[in-house]
Design a binder for this molecule. Sequence first.
Ligand SMILES: *[C@@H]1O[C@H](CO)[C@@H](O)[C@H](O)[C@H]1NC(C)=O
Length: 177
Amino acid sequence: MARFSASSVLLLAFFFFSFSEARDHLIGGKANAWKIPSSESDSLNHWAEKTRFLIGDSLVWEFDGSKDSVLQVSKRDYVTCNTSSPIETYNGGNFKVKLERSGPYYFISGAEGHCHKGQKLIVVVMSEKHRRFFGISPAPSPAEVEGPTVAPALTSGARGLSGGFSMLALGALLFLL
Ligand SMILES: *[C@@H]1O[C@H](CO)[C@@H](O)[C@H](O)[C@H]1NC(C)=O
């Protein structure tokens, strides 16, 4: 039987951990990025398009909470910048939003007029393929993708399980050495 080299084990370990670890994404990649963008390339959607969001990851907001807030809204309210009936309101300028499902999340500024000036953000969350591979991915239904309801216990549980499976796989590999 072929022996596993130390480097291949390391590579596999990297593979498992890089795919199972939940990440925190600081909005805009830096503090105080939640503001009216100065240009198109400065917009948060420009940043979001270059970022990979996975179920279990969190969005981290850091800004002056006395001047602004974050509203999670429907797609329609995102497009029209309607702040009157948000799904969630986040105040305080320093908070995390856990991404519990795949699909788009829509955020707009709660400050008067800011959304119309481009202070808005779409985060599209991808489902993690490796969780399907282990057969424990909560398959998101189409309703979940658009709807405001989430299943927190299920996804965080899945992440724990996934991590557990990674450790088991790693243990098995090390045993083979
Ligand atoms: C904003 O949304 C509310 C609730 O859905 C609705 O009653 C209102 O007409 C909307 N306002 C605009 C300007 O679209």
